[in-house]
Design a protein around this ligand. Sequence first.
Ligand SMILES: Cc1cc2nc3c(=O)[nH]c(=O)nc-3n(C[C@H](O)[C@H](O)[C@H](O)COP(=O)(O)OP(=O)(O)OC[C@H]3O[C@@H](n4cnc5c(N)ncnc54)[C@H](O)[C@@H]3O)c2cc1C
Length: 176
Amino acid sequence: MLNGAEHTSLRLWNEQAIPVTACCLDIGIKKLPNPQHQFAIGIDQALFFTNQSRAAKLSEDGISVVSIAKYHNPMEELNVNADKKQLESVMDLLHPGWRKEVVVQQFLPKLTVSYDFPHVKRKRNPGPSIPEMKGIFIAGDWAGHEEVLADAAVASGKRAALEILHVNEMVLAKEG
Ligand SMILES: Cc1cc2nc3c(=O)[nH]c(=O)nc-3n(C[C@H](O)[C@H](O)[C@H](O)COP(=O)(O)OP(=O)(O)OC[C@H]3O[C@@H](n4cnc5c(N)ncnc54)[C@H](O)[C@@H]3O)c2cc1C
């Protein structure tokens, strides 16, 4: 979006970025076979199940909408079929017989959760200013320094705001 970005730090931040991706199976279901299993999170696997309809009205006819997601390992090659089977097998474990209750479902094989996160291969943290482009500041969940996700979005926004105030103060001081 920025002309000449490839000649600035944006290029390094782009090159060093490791996007976090996930696959997700969304299911519209008449009822959950095991009502005790409303939420589950993997400890030894990056899996996550939640019944979104516990908190939100997502259908007009009482159908529940549940999601099961898996974070990808960026070091491993994507295997869409294996991912889908794995998500279905977790449903088998949590909700035996779930297939009989399904009204509609969609499988999303690769969603970008965040375009970067603080990892050890980073050479330099992104932002808040772009040193080679005066007056442009960056924020977003990919621009976290130690933070991730919403925390990174807010923290990087705060860093950008403070930097803008600092730059303005210096300009005002120069103008006397
Ligand atoms: C299902 C789900 C669950 C999540 N759960 C959690 C959680 O439990 N805890 C947590 O901390 N985080 C969670 N997150 C992550 C969190 O929502 C994000 O990290 C956060 O919203 C990122 O904020 P952001 O401002 O960086 O980006 P975004 O919220 O993605 O905002 C970017 C904005 O830019 C706009 N945009 C994009 N391109 C253009 C363009 N060319 N021109 C103009 N506008 C543009 C987009 O429309 C969007 O409004 C979750 C995310 C999802 C999807």
